[in-house]
Write a protein that binds this ligand. Structure first.
Ligand SMILES: *Cc1c(COP(=O)(O)O)cnc(C)c1O
Length: 496
């Protein structure tokens, strides 16, 4: 299996090269030259297997330059029951007749990012050994809150790596901020920026190609890589859980092997839903992909009109990990839908950079609409849905998941489609206590985040994850905050 860039299809890389490098030099994203298929027989043979075995079967098809030994090493160390508090790695909770919440937040940092970021450090260090041997990998991360913590936890004290995480100072929840600023590990650095997630992501992308910094790296024997979902090594582990969740529905006799399902995903950078699209391309029977946005509904509008337009107000919402106006992974989808037209991709994404918008031709728009349903949900609706799901089903969901539930509900009402549907549940409700509390409790909400946790436990009879409770006793290690223009300086300092 070879990898090419969305902006240069003539490139040919191995998966190890794509993962070690993170992003292509001309700014494109790495994609497999073809999507491998997963037959019904193969799926049948995986029924009853462990998550690790299912992961190996799927990953093997994409990472063909990894030996079985290397893959076993990566997977067996990433998905252990010390790191995940569920034997299954994920959980499936049925809510109503047709909806199944795919809980992806049973890892160390309580968000779905752990599903990929527990594995990525292993994939990356093995990839580096195969391709760039003795270089130290410097991982730069832009986060809207959850990637940062999950990346820090995954790369903590991993030999041969160091990492700097940038997060928007006012754009993350208090629990998310504490998770990052108290992070331990000698190879890790965390820095706030005065700006939003898009600023952080643009800043990081610019640093990746800054000639002065690249020269310095070269002299130090270092190289950059990315732990954001622009890195193929972040996406490929996410394909696994859609296959595993489908098989679990079969194992639990909710569906028969071969039956179609829908998949609904609360979406920001378009990574998670793109993984579901790839799973469908492999042969997983997926009828509709439901793309759920918050008030920053640039994707809803794109699916409806074929015009992507980021020239609009940016909102801070109660689902901060989805407060994004530039969804990077859409580029990979458009590459596939346009028949690998790298020249069209170059045109659209340079228009996005210069004018903030682009329009795809009708053929691409129609293909998009046949596979995807797009919808959105504002903060008031998010709160209402958390309250409704809790009172009707006794199930407590976080703000992001609620966006997915709401848009799924709207899809089902409009389409009358009662196909069973996986809804990605992307974070523990305890990461967003204040918003979740205001949905389910009439009492005054305390301002201290740990009092909020206590109150949420009391009101709902649910239990907060131990890793969040333990933050209370941790010292804050990182307090630095810089302007957007100072991000490059912060990187140079960290390199020393
Ligand atoms: C990152 C994140 C999302 C958005 O996922 P994308 O892959 O960026 O679309 C949704 N919910 C939560 C809780 C997240 O952390």
């Amino acid at each position: 299996m070879e990898y090419q860039s969305t902006r240069d299809s003539s490139l040919r890389l191995s998966s190890a090269q794509a993962i070690a490098q993170g992003i292509s030099a001309e700014g494109g994203l790495f994609v497999p030259s073809e999507i491998p298929s997963l037959s019904m027989q193969e799926m049948e043979s995986l029924l009853g297997a462990s998550y690790r075995e299912k992961a190996k079967a799927v990953l093997k098809k994409f990472l063909t330059d990894f030996t079985d030994e290397e893959l076993n090493y990566c997977v067996d160390n990433a998905y252990t029951d010390q790191k995940f508090d569920s034997d299954n790695i994920f959980e499936l909770s049925k809510v109503g007749d047709t909806a199944f919440l795919l809980e992806l937040w049973h890892g160390p940092t309580c968000a779905f990012k752990d599903m990929a970021l527990q594995l990525l450090p292993y994939l990356m260090t093995v990839s580096a050994k195969k391709t760039v041997a003795d270089k130290e990998i410097v991982v730069l991360v832009a986060t809207s809150g959850d990637t940062g913590k999950a990346a820090l936890e995954g790369f903590k004290d991993v030999p041969g790596t160091r990492m700097l995480v940038f997060y928007p100072e006012d754009g993350v929840s208090r629990m998310q901020k504490l998770q990052m600023t108290t992070q331990e590990g000698e190879n890790l650095f965390v820095c706030a920026i005065k700006g939003n997630f898009d600023d952080a992501q643009n800043g990081v992308k610019a640093i990746f190609t800054d000639p002065e910094i690249l020269k310095e790296l070269e002299q130090n024997g270092q190289m950059f890589s990315s732990a954001n979902s622009i890195n193929w090594g972040r996406l490929v582990p996410q394909i696994v859980y859609y296959v595993a969740a489908y098989l679990k529905m079969v194992e639990e006799k909710e569906i028969a092997l071969g039956d179609e399902i829908n998949v609904a995903v609360p979406t920001g950078n378009f990574g998670n839903i793109l993984a579901a699209y790839y799973a469908a391309q492999m042969g997983l029977p997926v009828k509709k992909l439901i793309c759920a946005s918050n008030k920053n509904k640039v994707l809803t509008d794109f699916i409806a009109t074929g015009t992507y337009d980021k020239n609009r107000e940016f909102y801070l919402t109660s689902s901060p990990s989805m407060d994004i106006l530039i969804s990077s992974n859409l580029e990979r989808l458009l590459y596939a839908l346009s028949g690998k037209d790298d020249s069209a991709i170059r045109t659209w994404f340079s228009a996005l950079k210069t004018q903030g918008r682009y329009t795809v031709p009708d053929s691409v728009k129609e293909e998009l609409q046949s596979r995807f349903y797009g919808g959105f949900c504002d903060d008031a609706e998010t709160e209402a849905i958390i309250r409704e799901v809790f009172s009707r089903y006794g199930y407590l969901c976080d703000t992001h998941t609620a966006v997915g539930v709401k848009v799924y509900k709207e899809y089902k009402e409009q389409s009358k489609d009662d196909t069973k549907t996986l809804i990605a549940s992307t974070a523990s409700p305890y990461k967003f206590c204040e918003s979740v509390l205001s949905a389910v409790s009439d009492e005054a909400i305390p301002s201290d985040e740990f009092l909020q946790v206590e109150q949420l436990q009391k009101v709902t009879g649910t239990k907060a994850p131990a890793s969040l409770l333990s933050l209370k006793d941790k010292a804050v290690r990182f307090q630095k905050s810089v302007a957007r223009e100072e991000m490059a300086e912060a990187v140079k300092e960290m390199l020393k």
